[in-house]
Design a binder for this molecule. Structure first.
Ligand code: MSP
Length: 655
C-alpha cells in the first residue's frame, strides 16, 4: 500500500438505543470527510461502531427482558441499517464484543499492569451510569452527575479496583498539546482541556467488580474492565494494533477523531492520549469536538421522546416534498452541516430543515439544473453544444468555478463544513444570476444569437457538473442524480476532486437525459394543514375508487382558448404566484394569476402561447383578481405549461 492513507473515526456509540440525529451528526460529518479524502485520492479507513460492554447496555438489555449479548446482537443490525440508509460509507464497523478487540484490550491492560501504570487500590467515589463516568467526592454537589449534558443521579461506590496512573501524565500531556497546536480542536475547547489538566489529574479507576458484563481483567476474572478503557482502545483494534504490525504502521496514527463535546475533555483529550503514551503508541494527529444539538430547543432525550430518528425524518421530508427518500436523506445531511458552525451547539428544527430544503436545495441548486436542462431540450435537442465565444460574464463564472474546488478543500481540511457549503453556494448563486442576466429564452428567439446561446447553456451546465462533484461528499444521491441527468459517460464514483476545478469536463455532443426536478419544493401550507390534507387525500382516494364519467355536454361547458402572455410579474409577498396579462382574442387582455413562479421566471413567459380556461368564475387570489386559469401538466411535482404545437392566433378555441 504505497498510497497515502487517511484514518478517520467516530465515537463508538452505546447500543442502548438506535441512533438519533445527534449521533447521526458526528457520523455524517465523518462520512463527508471520508468521501472528500477518497475523492482526493487517499486510501481512507473510516471506522465507526458500537460500544457494547457497558453497564448501561446491560441495564437496557434487562429492561427488554434479554441477555446483554442477545440485546446487542439485536440492535447492531439496526445501527448498520440506519447508517446505510444515511449513505454512510464506513469501511469498518467495530463491535467491542468482537474477539479481536477483547484480545487487544487484555493485552493493553497487561502491558500497563507490567509497566506499573496500572495498580490495585480501593475506590471510593461516585459513578454515573448514564455517562459511565467516575467522579470524586467533591465533584458531586447534589447527588447528580456534574456533566451539564447529563445531570442524572449518581451512585456511591466503594470497591477494590484497578487504577490507571493518569496523574503521572499531566505534564507530558500539557507539553504535547503545546508542541502540537493542531492536536486538539476547536481552539476554545483545547483551552478547556488545558484548564482541566492544570487543575490536577487524579488516577482513574479502570475496573468494576459488581457487573458480570464486560471484558474480564486478565488473571482476575472477578473484575471487568471499565467500559471507557475498553472502548477507547477500539481505535487501535481497527488499525491492526497487536494483530498486524505492517498494517498498523501504515494506518496509525489516526488522522482525525471526531466526537461531540461531551466526551472530549476527560476521555479523548486526557485519558486516551495518556493511555497511548503509557503503551508507547503515537498520538492521533487530530481530535476534534463539535457541539451538541438540541431538538426544537430541548435537550435530546429518550424520555422526552424527542430523539428523532434521522430515517423517520427523511421519510417525512420525502412524503412532504415528493422527493426520493435518498434525496431527503441528503437534505438532512446538508442541513446538519450547513445549519451551524461546526464545533458550536445548534438547534435542530423541522421548520429550519424545510426552510433550507426549499431555499437552498429546491430553489438555488434545483433551479440551476431544472431551468437550464429544459432549455437545452427545447433549443438543442438535449445535446450539450460547443460553446461560442466566451463573454466577460462567462469568463467570470469560469474563474470562479476553477478556483472554488481548492477553496472548498481548504475549508474541509479545517472542518469548516458551513464555509465549504457557502463557497459552493456562491458558485450556484452566481450561475443562477448569469442565467437571469443572459436570458437564454430570449437569445433562443434570434438565430443570430445561436453561438451566444450555446455559450450560456454550456457555461451553466458545465458549472452544474463541477457543483455535482463538490456537493458529492455531502449529498451523494443528489450529486448522482444530477450527474445522470447531465448524461456524463464515466460514473461520478470515478471522478476526482480536481475534476471539479478543471473547466471543460462536460463534452459537447453529450446527450443529456430528461430533466427531472431533484428537490421538489415542500408546500409549507400543506404541512401546516397536514391532518386536513390527509383527510383530503383519503376523500380523493375514495372518489377515485368509483369511476366518474363526464358527459360530452358537461365537457362542452368548459371554454378553452389559446392565449398569448403579454406581461408577467411576481405577486409581492407570494413566492409562488405570477400576475399575467393574457391576450385571449378579446378587446382587453385578461389578468390571470398563476401559481407557477417556482418553475417559470416572468421573462421566460412573455410571448408564450398557452391554453386558458376562459369561462372560469373570476376569483381573487391573494387580493389580486384572476380571470381564467392556465392549463399545465403536473409532472413530478412540477407544473409544465401546455402550449400549442404551432403558432395559433390568440382566442382560438381548444376542443
Ligand atoms: N460509547 C461512548 C463513546 C466511546 S468512544 C471510544 C459514548 N457513546 S454515545 O452513544 O453516548 O455517543 C456519544 C456521541 O454521540 C457524542 O460524542 C456525539 O458524537 C454523539 N451525540 C450524542 N448526542 C448528541 C447531540 N445531542 N448532539 C451532537 N452529538 C451527539 O459516549
Amino acid at each position: 500500500m504505497s498510497q497515502k492513507t487517511f484514518y478517520i473515526t467516530t465515537p463508538i456509540y452505546y447500543v442502548n438505543d438506535v441512533p438519533h440525529v445527534g449521533n447521526a451528526s458526528t457520523t455524517v460529518a465523518s462520512d463527508v470527510v471520508a468521501r472528500f479524502k477518497r475523492l482526493q485520492g487517499y486510501n481512507v479507513l473510516f471506522a465507526t461502531g458500537t460500544d457494547e460492554n457497558a453497564p448501561k447496555v446491560a441495564e437496557a438489555a434487562e429492561a427488554n427482558g434479554m441477555s446483554p449479548q442477545e440485546f446487542v446482537d439485536d440492535i447492531v443490525p439496526k445501527f448498520k441499517e440506519v447508517w446505510h440508509k444515511m449513505h454512510i460509507t464506513y469501511d469498518v464497523f467495530i463491535r467491542t464484543t468482537e474477539a479481536r478487540h477483547k484480545k487487544v484490550v487484555e493485552a493493553a491492560f497487561q502491558k500497563l499492569l507490567d509497566s506499573g501504570d496500572i495498580y490495585k487500590d480501593v475506590y471510593k467515589g461516585w459513578y454515573c451510569i448514564s455517562d459511565e463516568t467516575f467522579f470524586r467526592e467533591g465533584e458531586v454537589k447534589d447527588g447528580r452527575c456534574p456533566n451539564p449534558e447529563c445531570r442524572k443521579p449518581v451512585r456511591w461506590i466503594e470497591e477494590e479496583n484497578y487504577f490507571f496512573r493518569l496523574s503521572a501524565y499531566g505534564d507530558r500531556l500539557l507539553k504535547y498539546i503545546e508542541e502540537h497546536p493542531d492536536f486538539l480542536g476547536p481552539e476554545f475547547r483545547k483551552n478547556e482541556v488545558v484548564s482541566f489538566i492544570k487543575a490536577g489529574l487524579r488516577d482513574t479507576c479502570i475496573t468494576r467488580d459488581a457487573y458480570g458484563w464486560g471484558i474480564p481483567v486478565p488473571g482476575d476474572p472477578s473484575q471487568v474492565i471499565y467500559v471507557w478503557f475498553d472502548a477507547l482502545l477500539n481505535y487501535l483494534t481497527v488499525a491492526g494494533y497487536l494483530q498486524n504490525e505492517d498494517e498498523f504502521a501504515q494506518i496509525w496514527p489516526a488522522d482525525l477523531q471526531l466526537m461531540a463535546k461531551d466526551i472530549f475533555v476527560r476521555f479523548h483529550s486526557t485519558l486516551w492520549p495518556a493511555m497511548l503514551m503509557g503503551l508507547g503508541v503515537e498520538l492521533p494527529k487530530k481530535v476534534f469536538a463539535h457541539g451538541f444539538w438540541t431538538i426544537e430547543g430541548e435537550k435530546i432525550s429518550k424520555s422526552k421522546g424527542n430523539a428523532i430518528s434521522p430515517i423517520k425524518l427523511a421519510e417525512e421530508i420525502a412524503a412532504m416534498s415528493g422527493a426520493d427518500i435518498d434525496i431527503a436523506v441528503d437534505a438532512i445531511r446538508y442541513f446538519i452541516l450547513r445549519e451551524v458552525t461546526f464545533g458550536l451547539d445548534g438547534d435542530f428544527s423541522v421548520s429550519g430543515l424545510i426552510g433550507r430544503f426549499n431555499a437552498d436545495l429546491a430553489n438555488d441548486l434545483g433551479n440551476l439544473l431544472n431551468r437550464t436542462l429544459p432549455l437545452l431540450h427545447n433549443y438543442r435537442e438535449g445535446i450539450i453544444p460547443t460553446p461560442g465565444p466566451v463573454s466577460h460574464d462567462a469568463q467570470e463564472i469560469i474563474n470562479l468555478v476553477t478556483s472554488t474546488g481548492a477553496e472548498v478543500a481548504e475549508y474541509l481540511d479545517k472542518l469548516q463544513f458551513g464555509d465549504a457549503l457557502a463557497a459552493i453556494w456562491t458558485v450556484i448563486g452566481r450561475a443562477n444570476k448569469y442565467m437571469e442576466d443572459q436570458a437564454p429564452w430570449k437569445l433562443a428567439k434570434d438565430e443570430a444569437c445561436a453561438a451566444e446561446l450555446n455559450t450560456v447553456l454550456y457555461t451553466v451546465l458545465e458549472t452544474v457538473r463541477s457543483v455535482a462533484i463538490l456537493i458529492s461528499p455531502f449529498m451523494p444521491s443528489a450529486a448522482e442524480a444530477i450527474w445522470e441527468q447531465l448524461g456524463i459517460d464515466s460514473p461520478l464514483t470515478e471522478a476526482k476532486w480536481e475534476d471539479a476545478g478543471s473547466w471543460g469536463g462536460l463534452l459537447p455532443g453529450t446527450q443529456t437525459h430528461a430533466p427531472r426536478p431533484i428537490f421538489p419544493r415542500i408546500d409549507t401550507k400543506r404541512r401546516a394543514e397536514a391532518p386536513a390534507a390527509e383527510k383530503e387525500k383519503k376523500m380523493e382516494q375514495k372518489a377515485e375508487e368509483a369511476p366518474q364519467y363526464l358527459t360530452f355536454d358537461d365537457f362542452k361547458k368548459t371554454e378553452l382558448k389559446v392565449g398569448k402572455i403579454l406581461t408577467a410579474e411576481r405577486v409581492p409577498g407570494a413566492d409562488k404566484l405570477l400576475k399575467l396579462t393574457v391576450d385571449v382574442g378579446e378587446e382587453e387582455p385578461r389578468q390571470v394569476v398563476a401559481g407557477i413562479a417556482q418553475w417559470y421566471s416572468p421573462d421566460e413567459l412573455v410571448g408564450k402561447q398557452v391554453v386558458v380556461v376562459a369561462n372560469l368564475a373570476p376569483a381573487k387570489i391573494r387580493g389580486v383578481e384572476s380571470r381564467g386559469m392556465l392549463l399545465a401538466a403536473d409532472t413530478e411535482g412540477r407544473a409544465v405549461l401546455l402550449t400549442p404545437d404551432a403558432d395559433v392566433a390568440p382566442g382560438a378555441e381548444v376542443r
